[in-house]
Ligand binder design. Structure first.
Ligand code: NAP
Ligand code: FE
Length: 367
């Protein structure tokens, strides 16, 4: 994991001087308001001002960012003469920053070349400042975007790793309860899915297990209506970065890919969409490799019941139509997962028949 990563409260103010190593002119990508509300943008601009840097702010990155917005931002950045891209926000602005860095270095390429990775020049340097504790995008070589057909479609390439990232938990204090739950459960999903990836290693498993240990206690307290202390916020953020490190090695499993469909079709937030299938993955793996599944519960201090209850607690505020599918719909969309990497990557690699059974069991049980 080649990212130079600073963590802990105050880390951007303390180590932000490193940003100057990447130039004097920056393209900054944010969402509409959270970069300001969280305090992250103010801190970043003060750091850039301290060394006389200049910036162009592109503050129109919404959830599930479309490639078109990344291209527009990257081209505006190129016209401005930006030398590096800084993403400030949750996973959406951070992922958009990785793609905008490709367009900044290659303003004339289109969506097809972005995805085929036929980039005449390597991306501009990327610097990331997180404001949610969930995706781990700060430390992954992945940018999840929405393509021109409206599908969530990722780029995975070592060239889009950030050069520098800041995981300052104080920027997550402004997250409301629902966002804390939806982003926190995404991080737990990364840890769990990474464990059940065919590519898991001793080190990725250590990151997964310790990520779960850090997150499950405080996130369960939030699901039960509790408030978080700064130390607990910090634990959840660290856990999300551990989850990001784990999926950098392994990628994710079927819940992420099937969850993308729920986000596209219902607008369900990414983390909740993955939470829908967490219990199904655990049950599937307990059937395939019970000892290996038990080792996850032992190493992370959790259980099948505990993780399933946490996912259910996070989903408790979702409307039934957001988290259910009819039998017809399942059959209609199933072919999209025939060659999906994260389905094949799942230990036990469920084929379409098996996946159909998992989804039918899940959704019919809900009725
Ligand atoms: P997000 O889409 O970045 O942000 C969701 C909402 O949270 C936005 O309305 C945002 O407001 C708000 N927000 C962000 N930080 C806040 C704060 N500190 N206080 C108050 N509100 C705040 O959410 P996310 O869950 O972090 O990212 C999800 C995206 O990441 C999905 O597209 C997902 O597929 C992707 N993802 C990427 C990876 C990876 O490895 N790259 C892994 C998993 C998921 P503003 O709009 O004002 O900013
Ligand atoms: Fe995720």
């Amino acid at each position: 994991m080649p990212v130079k990563l600073y963590t802990g409260e105050g880390c951007l103010a303390e180590h932000g001087w490193e940003i100057e190593k990447y130039g004097k002119r920056f393209l900054i990508l944010t969402g509409r308001s959270s970069a300001s509300r969280s305090g992250a943008l103010r801190c970043l601009l003060s750091v850039i001002g301290s060394f006389g840097g200049e910036y162009l702010l592109y503050d129109r990155i919404g959830a599930n960012p479309p490639v078109s917005a990344c291209a527009e931002a990257g081209r505006e950045g190129a016209a401005f003469g930006a030398e590096a891209v800084i993403g400030v926000g949750g996973g959406s602005p951070l992922d958009a920053a990785k793609a905008a860095a490709v367009f900044l270095a290659n303003p004339s390429i289109g969506e097809e070349e972005l995805y085929s990775r036929a980039w005449p020049s390597g991306p501009a340097p990327v610097i990331l400042v997180g404001t949610t504790a969930g995706t781990g995008s700060e430390v992954t070589p992945v940018s999840v975007l929405t393509d021109s057909k409206g599908r969530k479609h990722s780029i995975r390439d070592d060239a889009v790793y950030a050069s520098l990232a800041f995981g300052d938990p104080s920027f997550t204090y402004s997250m409301p309860r629902a966002l804390t739950l939806s982003t926190g459960i995404d991080a737990v999903a990364h840890c769990v899915e990474s464990w059940f990836s065919k590519k898991a290693t001793d080190l990725s498993r250590a990151a997964s297990a310790s990520g779960i240990r850090k997150i499950v206690g405080p996130l369960s307290a939030v699901a039960a209506g509790g408030e978080l202390t700064p130390d607990e916020r910090s634990d959840i953020y660290s856990g999300s970065l551990l989850g990001g490190i784990a999926i950098s090695v392994t990628g994710t499993c079927f819940p992420h890919n099937v969850g993308y469909y729920l986000t596209e079709s219902r607008g369900l937030s990414h983390g909740l969409a993955c939470a829908v299938f967490m219990e199904d993955l655990l049950r599937f793996e307990l059937g395939i490799c019970p000892e290996y599944a038990s080792a996850l519960f032992r190493d992370s201090g959790t259980s099948f019941e505990g993780l399933s209850a946490l996912a259910a607690g996070c989903l408790a505020g979702s409307a039934a139509e957001e988290i259910s599918m009819t039998e017809d719909e399942i059959e209609r969309v199933l072919p999209r997962w025939e060659n999906a990497g994260s389905v094949k990557n799942t230990v036990g690699a469920p084929d379409l028949n098996c996946l159909s059974g998992i989804l039918r069991n899940h959704f019919l049980k809900l009725r």
